[in-house]
Design a binder for this molecule. Sequence first.
Ligand code: SF4
Length: 292
Amino acid sequence: MFEASYYKKTDDGSVICELCPHHCRIAPDKSGICHVRKNIEGTLYSLNYGIVSSAALDPIEKKPLFNFMQGSYIFSIGSIGCNLGCSFCQNWQIATGNEEAVKFSEKNVSPQIIVEAALKSIEKGNIGIAYTYNEPTVWFEYMRDIATLAQKYNLKNVMVSNGYIEKEPLGELLKLIDAFNIDLKGYNNEFYRTLTKSTIDPVLETLKTIASNGNHLEIAYLVIPGENDNPTEFESVVKWIRDTLGDSVSLHINRYFPCHKLKIPATPIETLNILFDIANKYLKNVYLGNVR
Ligand code: SF4
């Protein structure tokens, strides 16, 4: 266990976590929405510090990052927990931190061990470390410590995230993370509220902050039939990306498959093609994902 950053204490023994926009008020002995930050006797602890549920040397394009050090590999790690509640989560076992995921996770893995593993993979084409698989925001302290060390060894840091994070911790990460892939899960608040248990505005703010700071940014958009595939509304999102973030930001339009609680059938290829053609009118780098 590791004391969390970004929280404040209250007079009644509760704490308020300020790492992400949920701002959970957490009573003693309870955890926040992400299940991995717990109030123990008035102090907030990160429960997943040093817990690694998954590790693999992946092609950088798998993150997906198509315009950042193309053709390289990246040592990718994940933990448990997430601050969103997506009904279509593709990694729900580790995101929800279910018993099996916790059982098979490595515990007490120091940042030094992670960096050494990344350095050993350089001969296989590794360029650094990616924080991915589950939501790395809720692994903030561990990611920050690893990334700080990794930077000293000239390793690149990559974050694959839902973008639901407060400005101040994001500001710390901007100095450490070389490339981001951020999910834009829908085009309105209703979608975010209903299907992800969050809100869209903080995600848009995160995108703006990363782009204006100049870190490499790519966006992933998962197309769910009937939920976020309206061509007119999609076009307005793409225009927002062009006008606010610039037309060179890469957009990955990904095919959805039924997963976790959502049983809607997979996205038809023709829908993906329609959205691809719309995005292509406004942006220079548009890709289809999860298709042959
Ligand atoms: S990081 Fe977790 S505990 Fe903190 S506000 Fe977000 S969901 Fe709540």
